[in-house]
Ligand binder design. Structure first.
Ligand SMILES: NC(=O)c1ccc[n+]([C@@H]2O[C@H](COP(=O)([O-])OP(=O)(O)OC[C@H]3O[C@@H](n4cnc5c(N)ncnc54)[C@H](OP(=O)(O)O)[C@@H]3O)[C@@H](O)[C@H]2O)c1
Length: 296
């Protein structure tokens, strides 16, 4: 929003999203600083839209900070000054005095998780943040942070944001090695604790729809696995048998997990937005979910 999608188209999509009952938006201070446009254009666009529509109290804003500098992705930015400075900057961009759900965009495994929880709780106490979450954290680190919060009477993570969709990731094909995809350890953690999952790239960048429409002949490196090819066939079969659209199955797979799962959808145009919203009420049975993961 506000980057490759200009302001007018962004406002039209945000209006449509709100009209259909949507109220939860995902942004980040670093979006979309990889483009030669104004810094933090996503947050600023959301801030301008909420101001123009006077609807801040109706929107749940999730935004992220503590992302490494784009030129030095191997150097974490997780000090008190980094985190608190980013929170203050996001508040200004969004033209608000509180953030509903503040995400740490990355982790620094060399820093004690408790130290990070303490920093975030200072901003909670100051009224700047309502809830906190982690993105691209591994299960062991989440457990460490939650244990510290519990032991010290502090607020822990309310949700976890990871790369997760119906395709099977090839870790070697991931373009950014600081991203964390759903894996067995994370899945077990969510099942055991009930921590909410709010996955990104939830549609594998439209892979399933694009293959079904004949618009993609070679799988992208991130998802070039045998399992992905098989699941493409399983999605097609379930679509034919159930009458559900491809998008509804791909997002329905996530929505129907045994713990709260809220897929973030990245829509580039109004048609994709409306298509993705049509998955909102889809419920897949546990049998349908396991069939999707089975070999042909
Ligand atoms: N925490 C993190 O580190 C992190 C990382 C990445 C993303 N995110 C968040 O997650 C959001 C979504 O991520 P994403 O863009 O990678 O995920 P995505 O939703 O899997 O992919 C978006 C792409 O999928 C295609 N698409 C979307 N809806 C479609 C539909 N209904 N039918 C067919 N194709 C469709 C479009 O491709 P085309 O443009 O080719 O048409 C679109 O650009 C981001 O905007 C961001 O807020 C977070």
């Amino acid at each position: 929003m506000g980057s490759s999608i200009d302001r007018e188209a962004s406002f039209a999509m945000l209006d449509a999203f709100a009209f259909h009952g949507g109220n939860f938006l995902d942004s980040a201070k670093v979006y979309a600083d990889w483009l030669p446009i104004e810094r933090s254009s996503s947050e600023k666009t959301l801030g301008r839209w909420m101001k123009a529509r006077s609807n801040r109290d109706k929107i749940i804003i999730g935004t992220k900070g503590a992302h490494p500098d784009l030129a030095s992705m191997h150097i974490p930015r997780m000090s008190d000054a980094d985190i608190t400075g980013d929170i203050n900057a996001s508040l200004a961009h969004l033209q608000t005095d509180y953030i509903d759900l503040y995400w740490l965009h990355r982790d620094d495994p060399r820093r004690p998780a408790g130290e990070i929880i303490e920093v975030l709780n200072e901003s909670i106490k100051a009224g700047k943040l309502r809830a906190i979450g982690c993105s691209n954290w591994r299960a062991g680190r989440i457990a460490e942070a939650q244990a510290y919060a519990l032991a010290h009477g502090l607020q822990g993570f309310a949700a976890d944001q990871m790369l997760w969709n119906l395709a099977k990731v090839d870790p070697a094909g991931l373009p950014d090695k600081t991203l964390v995809a759903m894996d067995d350890a994370l899945m077990l953690y969510h099942e055991r604790t009930g921590l909410a999952a709010i996955p990104y790239s939830s549609q594998a960048n439209g892979l399933f729809s694009k293959v079904a429409a004949g618009n993609m002949t070679q799988l992208p490196a991130t998802y070039r696995t045998m399992e992905t090819s098989t699941r493409i066939d399983q999605v097609k079969k379930l679509s034919e048998a159930s009458g559900l659209k491809i998008t509804q199955i791909v997002l329905g797979y996530l929505i129907s997990q045994p713990f709260t799962t809220i897929p973030i959808v990245g829509c580039r145009n109004m048609a994709q937005l409306i298509d993705s919203l049509s998955a909102g009420d889809v419920v897949l049975t546990p049998e349908q979910r396991s069939t999707l993961l089975q070999a042909s």
